[in-house]
Design a binder for this molecule. Structure first.
Ligand code: SF4
Length: 357
C-alpha cells in the first residue's frame, strides 16, 4: 500500500515581501511577537529568534502611535517580512502601510465602518502590499450574530465573503483570509466551506489555542485536518508561551504531514521498566542542542533493544540504549558502542557533521 501524499487545493498567489503564498508555494510559517512593540530592541531580538527557528513572516501588534513609530525601525531591520496587526484604528493601518509594512492584518468588523476599510484598501493597493482579512469568532458583527444566533461557521464564512466582495469590487485582489475560532470543529468547518467558494489564499490557525500542550494538540488537529484536506497556504500555531515554540510546533505539523521539512525530527520512546539509561534528560539535551540545525534529519534516541535498534537503524543517526550504555547507528549501520555519559555528545556531533556535509 502506498503512503498518501496530500493534494493541495489551488489558490491564488500573493506575496508578503519576497515570500510567496498560495498557488502551490511551500506552506508559509508565521508567528507573532509578544514583546511591547515600542521596545524596538526586544522586538527585533524576538524576530531574529523566530527567523532562526524557521519563521518565514513575523506579525507585530501595532496598538498605538508609539508602536507605529517603532514599526518603521522594526520593519527596516527585520531579517524577515513583517506584517502590522491592527485593530480598531484604521489610521494606524495606513501609517504602517506608508512605513513600508510588508502586509497588514485587519478585522474589518472592528475598523470603524466601510469607509475606513476602503481607505485601508486604497493605501494597500497603492503600496502594492497584501491585506489579511482576519475574521474571528470572538468579534463577529452584531448583525451576523443576530441572524445566526451565535458565531457559527456559517456566520464566519458570511462575514469573510462580505469583506472579500467589498475588496474585489474595489479591484483589490491582493488579500488572504483567516476564519479563526477557539473551537477546533467550528474552525475546520468555516475554512472548509470558505475554501469551497473562494480561491483566496488562506491563513490557517486555531485562535487562542491555549498553553503549550493543549494549544499544540488543538492546533495540530485544527490545522492538521485542514492541511490534510489540502486547505491552507500559511499557518500560525497560537500558543500561550514563547512564539519560538509556535514555530517549532508549526514545523512538527508540516513535517508530520510531509508538507514541508526543516530541522531535526526526534524519534524517542516513552521508556518503560526495560530502560537502562536516563533517556528523558538525554532527549531533552539532544533536542535543545540540535534546535538550530535546519537540515531535515531523523534522529532516534531509544531506551532499549526491544524497538531501539530498529528505529535507530531507520534514522539518519540513532542510539539504542542498554544498561548504562548504548549503540550508535549511522545511516542504518551499527557504528560503535557508547558509554551512557557520552551518548548525547557523540550523537549531537554526528548529527552536526551530517548536517554540515
Ligand atoms: Fe521500553 Fe525499550 Fe520500548 Fe523504550 S524501546 S519503551 S525502553 S521497550
Amino acid at each position: 500500500m502506498k503512503t498518501e501524499t496530500i493534494k493541495r487545493k489551488k489558490s491564488r498567489r500573493i506575496y508578503i515581501g519576497e515570500v510567496p503564498i498560495g498557488d502551490g508555494a511551500p506552506i508559509v510559517v508565521q508567528s507573532m511577537t509578544n514583546t511591547p512593540t515600542g521596545d524596538v530592541g526586544a522586538t527585533l531580538d524576538q524576530i531574529r529568534c523566530l527567523a532562526q527557528a524557521g519563521c518565514d513572516v513575523a506579525r507585530v501588534a501595532v496598538p498605538d502611535d508609539e508602536a507605529a513609530r517603532a514599526f518603521v525601525e522594526i520593519r527596516e531591520q527585520s531579517p524577515i517580512p513583517v506584517i502590522a496587526d491592527i485593530h480598531f484604528d484604521y489610521r494606524l493601518a495606513i501609517k504602517t502601510i506608508h512605513a513600508g509594512a510588508h502586509g497588514v492584518r485587519i478585522n474589518p468588523g472592528n475598523i470603524g465602518g466601510t469607509d475606513r476599510f476602503a481607505a485601508v484598501i486604497e493605501a494597500a493597493k497603492e503600496a502594492g502590499i497584501c491585506i489579511r482579512v482576519g475574521v474571528n469568532a470572538g468579534s463577529l458583527e452584531k448583525s451576523l450574530l443576530e441572524t445566526f444566533g451565535s458565531p457559527t461557521p456559517e456566520a464566519m464564512v458570511q462575514s469573510a465573503l462580505t469583506y472579500t466582495a467589498f475588496m474585489e469590487n474595489r479591484g483589490f485582489h491582493n488579500y488572504k483570509v483567516s476564519l479563526k475560532s477557539s473551537d477546533v470543529l467550528a474552525t475546520v468547518a468555516a475554512y472548509r466551506e470558505f475554501s469551497r467558494v473562494s480561491d483566496a489564499p488562506l491563513h490557517v490557525g486555531v485562535t487562542e489555542a491555549g498553553p503549550l500542550v493543549q494549544g499544540t494538540v488543538k492546533s495540530a488537529l485544527g490545522i492538521g485536518l485542514l492541511l490534510y484536506e489540502g486547505i491552507g497556504d500559511t499557518i500560525r500555531v497560537s500558543l500561550s508561551t514563547s512564539p519560538v515554540q509556535e514555530v517549532r510546533a508549526a514545523y512538527a505539523i508540516l513535517r508530520t504531514l510531509r508538507l514541508r521539512e526543516r530541522g531535526v525530527e526526534i524519534i524517542s520512546c516513552p521508556t518503560c521498566g526495560r530502560c537502562g539509561i536516563d533517556l528523558f534528560s538525554a532527549v531533552e539535551r539532544v533536542e535543545e542542542m540540535l534546535s538550530t540545525i535546519t537540515s531535515p534529519l531523523k534522529v532516534a534516541v531509544m531506551g532499549c533493544v526491544v524497538n531501539g535498534p530498529g528505529e535507530a537503524r531507520e534514522a539518519d543517526v540513532g542510539v539504542a540504549g542498554g544498561q548504562g550504555q548504548g549503540v550508535l547507528f549511522k545511516k542504518g549501520k551499527l557504528v560503535r558502542k557508547l558509554r551512557e555519559e557520552e551518548i548525547v555528545e557523540v550523537l549531537v556531533a554526528e548529527v552536526r557533521n551530517m548536517a554540515s556535509s
